[in-house]
Design a protein around this ligand. Structure first.
Ligand code: ADP
Length: 476
């Protein structure tokens, strides 16, 4: 099978969160099958184009008609491991300073990207069996395929899988966007419309052959208004083609035995390096070097749905315990300032690292005893999987992928994986933190459980098989 993944980010080229991790690891896992040819297509952001260490080679260029003019499209390629990467170049849209997302014209930028994906296929003579789309940034592909390429035999056979990584971001645009920016004939305007706007994600859910999301529980939750950000009627209408497949992590990359960012390696058979990692991080961040204090970590985008209201509510209570709290993240100014202020008032207990830093993230996962992730909603969540891989015990709210991957720990039998709470309530979270702190002090059990977490198999293999089954069923 020829499978083309399309997305707005993929590590190691560019990553802002879990989507980037998934688009690195899932294609690589699928590419292990000799009979499948895996390609990933991405925008050529300034950061990637300017990276001289990447041996990108130019493939072709062409101009693509758009409602307003003609757009230049350049195509570059790179082989990375067993995966082929294609990059769509247009300096106006993608060679910008600052973050790759969050520009006022993101809608137009990603519609251009979606259109260029389809147009480039005939220029490079490559027609995939499956195009696997990810989130709103590539959600325009199904309608553009139908409207502009449906009559071409080579395109007619292509099947579309659309994965919802986070339904919070849907690609809402003004109603005239369908005609003026996408150039769609009026018979396609209805499928684009949701309420008074164009909604790109809604159109992809309607038109894709299969829709997946990143955990079984999130697939159920999406049918309820509380989780769906307005799309529950569309989800229910398309339930017959929706399923949840839990994300994995790249266990070769996230491996405390091989991770070059760590001051000392460790594994489930020899955990001694973990204590060195903890002391080293405490020293690096200027915290008291103590092995008898639980080090709690958060590595997260600092946005509301990660449960930061709960942390805000009881931050002083958490810091009144004998703990150390290390937060690595960027996001809403309100939460960045909240953690900076807590660091100012509790310099011996709290460190706020307000930046994106993958090597520091590794050091924090490895050093931490407990990992706090109290999300309001969590499609899958990778941070809790990485934390477990580095022997850090998760404290999570029972939602979405957190519910699927972190069953409640029974501290007697040591079945389960972490400390959980159900209601979105700050004192329930505090209770889970207190239970986790008490467990930390039960040295023997805590050590045994940590080893079990490092051993736990969170690799992509089983989920990659589930995707393969879907692809095959679409081509049968
Ligand atoms: P989401 O995709 O919603 O942001 P996930 O838990 O699925 O959340 O994935 C987050 C990924 O981004 C993890 O790999 C995590 O380690 C990484 N990450 C988040 N914030 C930072 C940061 N400030 N610095 C480095 N890595 C980060």
């Amino acid at each position: 099978m020829k499978i083309l993944f399309a997305a707005s980010e993929a590590a190691p080229f560019f990553k802002s969160g879990g989507l980037g991790d998934v688009l690195e690891a899932l294609p690589a896992e699928l590419a292990k099958n000799k009979e499948d040819e895996i390609t990933v297509i991405l925008p050529l952001y300034k950061k990637i184009k300017g990276n001289t260490a990447l041996a990108l080679s130019f493939v072709t260029s062409f101009s693509m008609p758009s409602p307003l003019s003609e757009d230049y499209v350049g195509v570059f390629r790179l082989k990375w491991g067993k995966v082929n990467y294609l990059f769509i170049d247009n300096e106006y849209y993608f060679c910008r300073d600052g973050a790759p997302y969050g520009h006022g014209d993101d809608g137009a930028r990603f519609v251009f990207f979606s259109h260029a994906i389809l147009e480039c296929l005939q220029h490079i003579g490559y027609y995939p069996d499956i195009i696997h789309l990810n989130d709103w940034q590539t959600a325009a592909v199904p309608v553009l395929l139908k409207a502009f390429y449906g009559a071409l035999p080579a395109y007619e056979r292509i099947r579309i899988v659309f994965t919802i990584h986070n339904i919070e971001y849907q690609g809402y645009m003004p109603y005239d966007f369908a005609a003026n920016v996408m150039g769609l004939p009026c018979e396609y305007h209805d499928v684009m419309r949701y309420g008074d706007s164009v909604n790109l994600m809604k159109s992809a859910i309607m038109l894709a052959d299969r829709v997946t999301t990143v955990s079984r529980t999130y697939a159920q939750e999406l049918k309820y208004a509380y989780f769906s950000h307005g799309l529950d009627p569309i989800i229910k209408q398309n339930e017959y083609k929706l399923c949840g497949i839990v994300n994995g992590i790249n266990t070769a990359l996230y491996d405390p035995k091989r991770d070059k960012a760590l001051p000392a390696p460790f594994s489930s058979t020899d955990m001694s390096g973990k204590a060195i990692c903890k002391a080293s991080l405490q020293e690096e961040l200027g915290l008291p070097v103590r092995d008898d204090v639980p080090l709690i970590a958060m590595i997260s985008r600092l946005v509301s749905h990660k449960g930061l209201e709960l942390v805000e509510c009881v931050l002083d209570d958490i810091l009144s315990r004998d703990v150390q709290l290390v937060v690595l993240g960027t996001g809403d100014g309100k939460y960045e300032d909240m953690f900076r202020f807590a660091e100012y008032t509790h310099p011996d207990k709290m460190k706020a690292e307000i930046r994106f830093d993958s090597a520091l993230a590794s050091r924090i996962y490895a050093a931490s005893d407990l990992f706090l992730m109290p999300s309001k909603s969590e499609p899958c969540g990778l941070s809790q999987l990485i934390a477990m891989r580095y022997g850090s015990i998760p404290i999570v709210r029972e939602t979405g992928g957190l519910y699927d991957t972190v069953p409640a720990l029974n501290t007697e039998t040591l079945s389960g994986r972490g400390f959980t709470f159900q209601a979105f309530n700050a004192h329930h979270m505090l209770d889970a933190i207190d239970r986790a702190i008490a467990f930390f002090h039960d040295k023997k059990k805590c050590e045994r459980h940590r080893r079990a977490l490092v051993r736990y198999n969170s690799s992509w293999r089983a989920s990659a098989e589930e995707y393969l089954t879907i692809y095959k069923s679409l081509l049968a």
